[in-house]
Structures are given as structure tokens and as C-alpha cells.
Design a protein around this ligand. Sequence first.
Ligand SMILES: Nc1ncnc2c1ncn2[C@@H]1O[C@H](COP(=O)(O)OP(=O)(O)OP(=O)(O)O)[C@@H](O)[C@H]1O
Length: 626
Amino acid sequence: MASIFNFAPTSIKGPKPEGKPTLTVRERFSALRNLPEFLKLIWETSPSLTLGNVGLRLLRAALPPAMFYVGQLILDGIIGLARAPHTVGQPSLTPIISLVALEFGLAILSDALGRAVALLDSLLGDLFANRSSVRLMEHAARLDLDQFEDSVFYDKLERARRQTLSRTVLMAQVLSQAQDFITMALLAVGLVAFNPWLLLLLLIAVIPAFWGESHFNERSYSLVHSWTPERRELDYLRQTGASDETAKEIKIFGLSDFLIDRFRTLSDQFYQQNKSLVVRRASWGTFFAAIGATGYYAAYVYIITDAVRGQISVGQLTFLASSFRQMRSLLEGILSRFSSVAEGALYLQDFFDFFHMQPRIARDETRPVRPFPRPIRQGFTFDNVGFKYNNAEKWAIRHLNFTLEAGEKLALVGENGAGKTTLVKLLSRLYDPTEGRILLDGYDLREYDPAELRQEIGVIFQDFVRFQLTAGQNLAVGRIEEKTNQARIQSAAAQSLADTVVKKLPGGYEQMIGRRFAGGVDLSGGEWQKIALGRAYMRDAQLLILDEPTAALDARAEHEVFQRFADLTAGKTAVLISHRFSTVRMADRILVIEHGEFVEIGSHAELLARGGRYAELFQLQAAGYR
Ligand SMILES: Nc1ncnc2c1ncn2[C@@H]1O[C@H](COP(=O)(O)OP(=O)(O)OP(=O)(O)O)[C@@H](O)[C@H]1O
């Protein structure tokens, strides 16, 4: 992942090439195939709002030609009256007044419809954005942990996230496109009846503007696309530079200038590249618009000539001129919108790409799942297990063979980076082994439903999450279905010593903890750890895993926690990771790993007697206390 602390040669130094290689026209068109799926999503968001929106737009599409036609009738009527011989008597104005009233009615209707469509657009857009965000969160929750650890994934997630809001614009564009098409077709009927060549002239005149729009939209998409990692980094810098979690270290180490410089450099580079693009776009846009105007005025002169020669009436002249003007702007709008719709469809590709990513660790729907053993009889057997992280060169774990017996308390010992946490992640199927397999009661872990497996496992990681929630909710996350079960929350708190922490909080279990939200109270590292430990007791799991659960606890609290742990987990299987041998020695057996490989296993006494690696590490730590 791109990091601000990693100024590798890959970081941007000089100007970045502007985006990916240019997309071909075919690629641009083929992105349009995403539209039906997109429209389906809009429909599913709210069938009634979608129907209402389309219906009103259809009605509105027919209004401009109707109004122009009424305008023509009014003008011709007036001229007819003016030319009529006055001897016949006072001519009646009633038909003309009725026509004006009709045009007035149509004008009011058109305005009301426009506002109603805008209203429905915004309501539907809001619903769509909310629904997309929910789907995004749901889908992200299904994906595997290693997908989250991949920067390509983050880029996709980022692009999809940015899509949820801007897609509502695309929705309005697609619908407006259809509406304008209908208006244009109706106007074209009148124009073709007069002279089909004029329609052709109009089309040719707007093609350069269309091409220009389409070209620059594609360049702008490429620029934004290729800048995704840097934009993510910009967000990261903005967040890191000003957040409650980082303020302490940023002040102590005086990092703000460093972060701001990096932000400034990156944002300036993006600004410069974007500026050069928008300036070119504006210049070419002006030129192409002038070509469009030339076509329009050529046709206008042609129509005027016909009117002067008396081949068409003045009413027809205004009808044609208005139709022509309207068609030109409609056509320009349609064509330029077409390219932004095509651009939007390109972005949709990113949106759908994210949704098409599938987790690998999921229940195999084609095979019946093996029911989870209750109770576990034999335990978990590591059968030559090896694991390599994505994009990692070396094995994190290799050739691991041992059995975690049902009901035993196993401690994992090894130096930093030995592979202890990785082993635990494999046990809880956050990852699957790269080679070998893990058996539960003799069957591959993959044969069980991962969701059921995780229900039976309670893990507290060393980097547990400090949720900005109330104290009670922070405990309840261990079993969120029980969030209203106060008795259970309190009993879990008592077991993990978290009750002593909660007692001191002004709001007790209702107290918001963490500093992010109003009224929040922060806790010390050890106090947070007691709360996190409580999560393990909230869970009624058969296997409990504590990954350095006591590192931040004082000596007395640690001793007490483990005294209780032994009692509370009687009959359950437990795995403990700790660097403190006072804790480790309480386990039934201790597994020592080094560089991801098995070194030895046995009870504290056995391992000491053996005089191997464990004995050496133990003596080393004991010497420190002497
Ligand atoms: N998400 C990851 N992606 C790539 N490599 C990783 C990842 N997590 C851990 N590693 C690497 O895998 C190896 C084992 O890491 P692991 O976290 O299992 O060690 P550990 O024994 O728990 O260490 P510690 O005592 O420091 O917590 C290390 O070399 C580490 O750099």
C-alpha cells in the first residue's frame, strides 16, 4: 500500500503521465453495457419514484414542440387579422386570446413538471446513494481479510465509494437523455417536413463539439482513475494530520510540517495536471461551439430567405427558427451528455468491479456443510500447514504439525514476527493455509460453515478495536445479538475485571468511551484491554483465543485475570499468546515457534527440563527480574 512514510522511487516525483492509455471508441461504447444493470438498481431502489419520474419526463418532453406550434398559430392568426379587409367589421380576437391562454397554460405546466422532475430526481438520487452505501458496506463485510490487505482492493473500494454519490447525477443524465430524445424527435418531424437537409446540417455542425466533449471526458476519467492511490493518500494525510488518534504523536514528533508538505506536493501536482486538462477543454470547447453556431446561423439565413420569398408564413418562420434553436441546444446537450453518460458508464465499471469481487473463504453452496461439533472432541490438527501472505516473498508459517487438543490451554511462544498471530488467524479462518490443511475433529476446516466456525471461536487480538461506543456496547460487540442483555454484559465485565473500569465511569455502562463524540471519556491502555477481554466472555465460544491480552495490564491485574481465566474456561479449549512467561507457564502445554516453524511443544516443566529454546528464553526473562 502506498504509504506516506514510504518515499520509494515509485512515489510521484515528476509529472505523472496523464492517465492510462487513451480508450478506444469501442471501449467507450462498450462501457455503456453497464447501463442496464445500473437502471435495474435504480428501479429496485424505488419502482414508484422511478415510474413517476419517467412518466413526468415523457409528458414534459412533448411540451416544447406543442408550445412552438401554438406560437406559430398565434403569429399567423395576428398577421391574418391585420391583413383582413376592415370593411368586414371588427374581427374577433377570441381565437387568438384562447391560443395565448393555451400557451400560458402550457408554460405553467412545463415549469411545474420541471420542478416535479427535479424533486423526484433528488429523492430518488438520495435513496439510491443510501442504498448503494448499504450495499457497499454489506459487500465489504463479506470479503476476505486478505482482500482488505491489498492496495488494489483499496483502490477499487475507494472508487466504488466515490461512485455512490456521483451516480445519482448519472441517473438524472440518463433520464434527461431519454426525455430530450423524445422532444428532439418531435421537433425533427416539423423540420424534416420543411427541409431534411437542414437537419443534416445541424447534425454535422454539432459533431465537433460532441467529439471534443467525449475526448476530454475520457481524458478526465483517465486522470482521476490513475490518481486513485494518490487521492487515497491525500485523504489519509488529511485524516492523519488532524485526528484525535494521531494528534499526540504528531505534536510530540513535530510531524505536521512533514504531513502538510506531502499533502501540498501531491495536491499541487494533481491541480496542475487537472488545470492543463480543463484549460485545453475550455479552449477547444469554445472553438467547437463556434462551429455549431455557424451551422445554426447558416440554416437561419436559409429559412429567412424562404420567408422573405413568401414560401413560408411568418408563423412558420418563428416555429422553424425556434425549433431549430431548440434542436441545436438539445442535440448539443444530447451529444455532450452522451459522452458524459459514457464516462459515467466507465466509472460504473469500477463500481460493479467492486461488487463482482468475491470472497474465497465462503460457504460452498454446492456441498452440504459439515455440522460443527458440539462439543469439539479431538481438537484442531495442523497437518503440514504453510502460509504466505499476499505479495509476500517469505513464508509466515511453514511445515507446522501439531494438535491443539480439545479442552487444553495452549500457549504460543516465539519472538516478534515468529508467526503466532498468523497461526491464530488461520485457526479462525480469516485466511486459509497456502499449503497443508487444518483439521477439526478429523475433517478439513473448509468443510465447515465459516460463519458457524467463527461463532464458536472468541478471539481478542492484540490490536483490538477501540470502538467509539458506550462501555456496555464495547463489551457487547463480543456477542452483538446480546446487546440489550444487561445481565450478560455485566457478568462478562466482572469476569474480565472490566467492571472496575465501568464503576469509575460517570455514566457507567451507558458512558460513551473514546474522545471522538460529545461527552466521550477516554480510557488508559490497560482499562481498554479489560473491556476488550470482556468481549471474550460475552461469547459463548468453544475455543477462546487471547492474543497478548494482558500486555497493558499491571502485574496484579494480570495475575488475577489469569487466575480467573483458568476457572472460567474450564472444559474449553484456549490459545494464549504472551511474551510474559509468568502467564505462559500456566498453560497446559506451550508451543514454541521460530521463523514460522515448529520448534518444540510441552508443559512448562517438560520444556525447562529439556533445556531447549523455551528454557533459554525463560532464563533470559527470569534473569531480567533478578
Ligand atoms: N498482513 C500481513 N501481510 C504481510 N505480511 C504479514 C502480515 N501480517 C504479518 N506478516 C508477516 O508475517 C510474519 C508473522 O507475523 P505474525 O504477526 O504472525 O507474528 P507474531 O509472532 O504474532 O509477532 P508479534 O509477537 O510481534 O505479535 C511476520 O514476518 C510479519 O511481517
